[in-house]
Design a protein. Structure first.
Length: 341
């Protein structure tokens, strides 16, 4: 029996709580009234609530609907010199005449007003407007002039963009293989290269990219009783998928795919007065992966930076035993131009 009473008391408490929540939602919120001006709410022809607008021109007043707790209503606003009056009038009744010196304006539409509704009436313009909200309403934070640009973040774009850039490259083994154990070996092990291509973002986080990467030639020379001069020249054509993490106009990303290469290895060797020229061409596919980030300065222009690792591996085109098996590191930066609208 005691347990039954406890259940009944809990149910009564829930009913009272729900009833108070519904009652709390029966409000009229008036926005953009004259600061410190009087505001009245009328239900049919009776004044049911009065208040004073705050410095922000806002005031919230109670509106208690009679039984059955809802009605089809027309809503009017009386604009007086020092007062604003909001009238909620049953559709089957005529509104009372406006006070002398007041201008009556109708909110367009017929509204089903219930006890759970909040009526948000904006009286700022010549034609007043109203939001009929189910439950309580929290108005948005007003935007201070000059802050809108700082709070509005431009999203990373989708669609097609073209890019061009430059960067520093280095092969892992090309220089050391060309030198071997020859004395006095010198040259350039990588340097400044360039790249260009196109990227298509299907969504803000998924894209496909194809392009061209031109590393700087590796040049090597050396020898004592003989001399040699070697150049290693490579063209790389990457095709890859990108996955980004958009954060407004800034988008870091990672990528992976495959890269097709073509290489030309030339070695000129001189012993006494005799010179021999050795040439090897290779081609083949290898994996490419890396990551980077782009920042969109405008909706059409971005700058980017990225790091990639490419496996340069292939067999000799003449069917000989020659091959290349190296890895290219490229640190690049450049500009993207968006073509899609």
């Amino acid at each position: 029996m005691t347990r039954l009473w406890r259940l009944l008391m809990m149910a009564a408490a829930l009913i009272l709580t729900a009833g108070s929540a519904i009652g709390a939602a029966q409000t009229v919120m008036v926005r953009n009234a004259p600061p410190a001006g009087a505001v009245e709410v009328l239900l049919n022809d009776a004044v049911v609530a009065t208040g004073t607008a705050g410095p922000d021109g806002m005031v919230t007043l109670d509106l208690k609907m009679p039984e059955p707790g809802e009605m089809d209503a027309n809503v009017y606003v009386d604009v007086c010199e020092k007062t604003r009056r909001v009238l909620v009038v049953d559709r089957n009744k005529r509104p009372p005449a406006p006070p002398a010196g007041c201008d009556r304006r109708e909110v367009l539409g017929l509204f089903l007003v219930k006890r759970i509704n909040t009526l948000v009436v904006d009286v700022a313009t010549l034609q007043p407007s109203m939001l009929l909200i189910k439950g309580p309403y929290t108005p948005p934070k007003p935007v201070v002039e000059g802050e809108e640009a700082a709070t509005t973040r431009r999203p990373s774009p989708t669609g097609l963009s073209l890019f061009a850039g430059t960067g520093f490259n280095k092969f892992r083994d090309a220089f050391s293989i060309a030198c071997g154990n020859a004395p006095g070996c010198s040259g350039k092990d990588g340097g400044l290269g360039y790249s260009f291509g196109g990227t298509f973002w299907f969504t803000r986080w998924l894209a496909a990219e194809g392009g061209y990467l031109k590393p700087r030639k590796t040049t090597v020379k050396g020898g004592d009783t003989f001399t040699f001069d070697t150049t290693f020249d490579v063209d790389v054509f990457p095709v890859m998928a990108k996955v980004g993490i958009p954060a407004g106009p800034f988008r870091p990303y990672g990528f992976a795919g495959a890269a097709y290469h073509q290489s030309l290895l030339n070695t000129s060797e001189t012993i006494d007065t005799a010179t021999q020229l050795f040439t090897q061409r290779t081609h083949g596919w290898g994996p490419i992966f890396g990551g980077g980030a782009e920042g969109w300065i405008t909706s059409k222009v971005a700058i980017y930076g990225e790091l990639s690792f490419t496996k340069v591996k292939g067999k000799a085109e003449d069917g000989g035993e020659g091959l290349v098996d190296d890895r290219l590191r490229f640190v690049g930066f450049g500009v993207r131009i968006r073509l899609s609208r």
